[in-house]
Structures are given as C-alpha cells and as structure tokens.
Design a protein around this ligand. Structure first.
Ligand SMILES: Cc1cc2nc3c(=O)[nH]c(=O)nc-3n(C[C@H](O)[C@H](O)[C@H](O)COP(=O)(O)OP(=O)(O)OC[C@H]3O[C@@H](n4cnc5c(N)ncnc54)[C@H](O)[C@@H]3O)c2cc1C
Length: 351
C-alpha cells in the first residue's frame, strides 16, 4: 500500500499538520519513534517537564490555536522576592522580584493541553508509535520510508513525506540519493532548541515560599539549578520548577541529582523545602529522539537563527521539512512548531 503522505514525528508540529490535513478530509500516516506522542511536550500530573511558557500576545498561531481549541492560560506567578545565589553559595534577596514583559503564560493542564487533536487522530488510526524512521529512498513515484519498529525493519511507501522533527535528527537519517554535503552539514549543525537541557519539578504540600514573601523565582551561579520558578497550578497544587545549569556530563556524574536539587532549594528557601512530595527530573540530553551528542556537548547560549529549509531536487517535490527548528518565525518555540505545520499544510495543499 502506498500512503499519500507520511508524517515523521508526532510532536506538536506533526500533530498540528496531521490535524489540519485530517480536517481537510485526508488520512496522513504519522510515524512516531517514541511510545508516546508530544515530543518535547511532556508533563507529569499537569506539571511541565518540557515547554511551559507561551506568549499569545506575540505568537499569532498559538493564540489562534488556544482560542480554536478552547484552552485557557494563566500568568506565570512572580509576585514576591527574587533570590540570587552566587558561585560561592552567597545569597542575595531582591525584594521587588522580576516582572517579565510581556508576562509569560502557562496553559491550564500544562503544555500537553496543546495536543488536543491527538485523541481524534488516534481514534482515526492515523498515528503509529514505536516506529523510528531510519532512511528515505527516493523512487520514481514516491519515497520508500525505512523504519524500525518492534516487529523489525519495515519499508513503507508514500507519495510525499513530511519530516516533523529537529534537523539534527534528520541529518542522522540515511538519504538515497544522499543530500548534498553542505546541506547535510547545515542540518547537523543546527542545535535543537533546549535539547541539551534538564528540567525538574519539585512538588510540595504547600507553596511555603509565598508565605515567606518569596516569588519562587531564583537564579544561581552555583547550581545544580540555574533558574527557578513557581510552577504551582491554579487548582492549588504547589511546585517549584527550573532548569539544571550543570552540563550533561556533570549531571550524568551526579549520583543523586534530586537530592542535590532539594539541598539547593533548602539553601534558597530554608528547611521548609526539605520535604518535597516528589521530585521529577527530565534530562532531555538523554533522549535519543530529541538530542544528539552534539546537543549535550554544547547548549547554545543565544537563541539560534532558525529559518525554513527546503530540500534541493530531486528531493524537493517529495520531502519537506517541518518542525519548530525550520519555522519561518519563532523557530525553536511552540509557536514555531505551529508555524512550520501551517507552512507545510499550505505547501501540501497547493500540490
Ligand atoms: C526543557 C524544555 C523547555 C522548553 N520551554 C519552552 C517554552 O517555555 N516555550 C516554548 O515555546 N518552547 C519551549 N521549548 C521548545 C518546544 O518544546 C519545542 O519548540 C516544540 O515542542 C517542538 O515541537 P516539534 O514538533 O517541532 O518537535 P519535537 O517536539 O521534538 O517532536 C519531534 C518528534 O519526532 C519524533 N522522532 C524523532 N526521531 C524520529 C524518527 N527517527 N522517527 C520517527 N519519529 C521521530 C520524536 O519522538 C518527537 O515526538 C522547550 C523545550 C524543552 C526541551
């Protein structure tokens, strides 16, 4: 059987593209390597371990997506004092905190709420998980997609293929005929946004830091946490969340990272931080379907310059790149994932 379109990757970009085509009456086949969908979107009990912030006043596609799917957002809590820890562990408290402009918004239900079309796509039988695409072979009438599943290696055929995943993971696939060396190098060099990072959520019975006048926002030069925020949910469940500043190799060498996180939270907020209900750590650098060794080795300090990438002939007519890192705008962000899906939808609809 030859598929009209195979979408590789069921992160937000792949899901949004599949949703748009499904609404149009098409039945794209979505192949997802992980056992779950969502890609970098990952939550635990409504707390985000991947993306959590959106800026709907700046991000038109996200704003439209939120409205279309009846999602609700709320402002990042930041009222209260900000803590700063220097490299020697000395603490400074800034009473006025830090106001973000525009304020970051969180989504009710976490970022996973953005995946609202998923159940309908799954009910329609369009998504297959646990299938990792390894190679693309260009034929006269389409593309052979070589994929690895639990049942071994499979060869699927499609008239077109949309690659909704980071360029570095695309560079790891085998192309026959090969991509031009310069393009391959360009794809391999593009960092996947946040792929080398680790994030944690520490849940507490009460937001005790608020009662003590702290916002929960903190920055540290000592670590392991580099940046910390209040992640409490509107339903009252309390949590602190943040990014681990230690490199991937330092994280790997740490025998008890959750313990080191809690010890730092105690330095920041006192003994009330000593007894979290749970600490969840997600090290994205260890995720083979997000990060490559290059992402772990060097996390970009600045946001990289992302832009659309179009494959040259003979691939151009058959395979298009989607995914946040090739978005026309807001590359690397959730908005970029939606923009790339929208651009891919327009491209496919025109053919
Ligand atoms: C810790 C962290 C914090 C972030 N914070 C924010 C934030 O606050 N705001 C924001 O806007 N953005 C944030 N981001 C970025 C945001 O998560 C991404 O922009 C967005 O999720 C990208 O979606 P995507 O669909 O393009 O790619 P992905 O989510 O990476 O999806 C790609 C999919 O392809 C699958 N896949 C990979 N290889 C294969 C293969 N060979 N075969 C089949 N499937 C494959 C993957 O499993 C995955 O499901 C953050 C990211 C991280 C990791």
């Amino acid at each position: 059987m030859r598929h009209e379109l195979i979408i590789v990757g069921a992160g937000l970009a792949g899901v949004a593209l599949a949703h748009a085509l499904h609404v149009d009456g098409h039945a794209p086949r979505v192949l997802e390597a992980r056992a779950r969908c969502g890609g970098r979107i990952l939550g635990v009990d409504g707390f985000d371990l991947g993306p959590s912030w959106v800026w709907p006043t700046l991000q038109p596609r996200l704003a439209a997506w939120i409205t279309a799917h009846g999602l609700r957002s709320y402002e990042q809590a930041s009222t209260g004092a900000l803590q700063f820890e220097d490299a020697d562990g000395r603490m400074q408290t800034y009473a006025s905190g830090m106001a973000q402009e525009p304020p970051s918004q969180r989504l009710l239900g976490g970022s996973a709420a953005l995946l609202v079309p998923l159940p309908a796509l799954q009910r329609a039988g369009l998504i297959e998980t646990g299938v990792s695409v390894r190679a693309l072979h260009l034929g006269v009438e389409g593309v052979d997609v070589i994929a690895q599943g639990s049942d071994g290696t499979r060869r699927l055929q499609a008239r077109r293929v949309a690659l909704a995943l980071p360029p570095r993971l695309i560079a790891a696939m085998a192309f026959d005929p090969p991509l031009p060396a310069a393009l391959h190098a360009q794809l391999a060099a593009l960092p996947t946004w946040m792929a080398g990072q680790a994030k944690f959520v520490a849940r507490y019975a009460q937001p005790f830091w608020r009662a003590a006048g702290f916002s929960g926002t903190a920055f540290s030069q000592r670590g392991p946490i580099g940046e910390l925020h209040d992640a409490s949910l509107p339903d009252g469940r309390a949590a602190l969340t943040g990014f681990i500043a230690w490199s991937a190799s330092m994280r790997a060498a740490c025998a008890d990272l959750p313990g080191a996180i809690v010890a730092q939270l105690q330095r920041l907020f006192g003994s009330a931080a000593a007894q979290p209900l749970a600490v969840h750590v997600q090290d994205w650098a260890l995720e083979e379907f997000t990060a490559t060794p290059a992402d772990s080795a060097a996390a970009p300090r600045e946001h990289p310059d992302y832009a659309p990438i179009v494959l040259p002939e003979p691939w151009r007519a058959r395979v298009l790149l989607a995914g946040s890192e090739v978005a026309p705008d807001f590359g690397g962000y959730l908005e970029g994932a939606l923009q790339s899906a929208s651009a891919a939808h327009a491209w496919l609809s025109a053919r």
